[in-house]
Ligand binder design. Structure first.
Ligand SMILES: [Zn+2]
Ligand SMILES: [Zn+2]
Length: 256
């Protein structure tokens, strides 16, 4: 999966055109886009077009992609964060539309799941430890004991962009892991933070961890909970990005 080394003297394209579009989310965003429980985000502006998670419903995912005029045939790599159906349920629909993708999933996924993916003709990459997915994109490797989950860290000229699915291993543990693996600053953390049923006191402690790591922007969605989204909004102000299905977070627009 490691791309060829650039030729000596060639300029490494930095991910300054990075854009993340939320294509499946239970949090509403843009009018006309359909919501359903789950999460999926399309990442462009990199060496490869990446779909991070697939939401719960393939038909809805494809419908939302069509509404955003995104051809599923453009997707090169699908990264699945963890086994829950609200992140993997849309995969079959996506593979029917585009079977020529690479699917990066935790090695702990059931054998039957992997067989089905390969049955569509997709290439399987089983993830255990941290590794490069494509240029500028690294997985944290699979974290968590019971519920295995991977997150992505994307290198940009502004710092690292971290993408989380449900953050079952703990959002703070994911941030600590990214910090351990990469020297760059944390610029943006986006995705599900898994803060439903978490007390206000605990969320305040989590916010302190975000601040201690110097996270510049946050975009909590999916399973982050309304309460946590409100508390992040209060703490981060405009640097807590308005996010939901159909919204685009473009690196170039984050100017502060
Ligand atoms: Zn989950
Ligand atoms: Zn989830």
């Amino acid at each position: 999966m490691r791309p060829a080394e650039p030729l000596p003297g060639s300029v490494q394209p930095a991910a300054s055109d990075l854009a993340i579009r939320i294509v499946h989310d239970n949090c509403p965003g843009v009018a006309g886009m359909k919501t359903a429980w789950g999460f999926s985000a399309l990442v462009t502006g990199l060496e490869k077009v990446i779909l991070f998670d697939t939401g719960s419903d393939g038909a809805l995912l494809l419908e939302n992609l069509a509404r955003l005029e995104i051809d599923p045939g453009r997707i090169d790599i699908v990264v699945l964060s963890h086994l829950h159906g609200d992140h993997t349920g849309g995969l079959a629909g996506l593979l029917q539309a585009n079977p020529r993708v690479q699917v990066c999933l935790p090695a702990s996924f059931p054998a039957r799941f992997k067989e089905v993916v390969q049955g569509y003709g997709a290439t399987l990459h089983e993830i255990a430890g941290p590794q490069e997915i494509c240029r500028d994109v690294h997985t944290t490797g699979v974290l968590g004991r019971r519920l295995k989950e991977q997150a992505l860290a994307i290198r940009t000229p502004r710092g690292l962009v971290v993408l989380t699915g449900c953050a079952h291993p703990g959002i703070t543990r994911i941030l600590q892991t990214v910090r351990r693996l990469h020297p760059e600053d944390l610029f943006l953390v986006l995705g599900g933070f898994h803060l439903e049923w978490v007390t206000t006191w605990k969320i305040a402690a989590i916010l302190r961890v975000f601040r201690s790591h110097g996270v510049r922007y946050v975009a909590p969605t999916h399973c982050s909970s309304d309460k946590a989204r409100r508390l992040f909004q209060q703490d981060y102000g405009p640097a807590c990005l308005d996010i939901g299905v159909g919204k685009t977070i473009a690196l170039a627009d984050l100017t502060t």
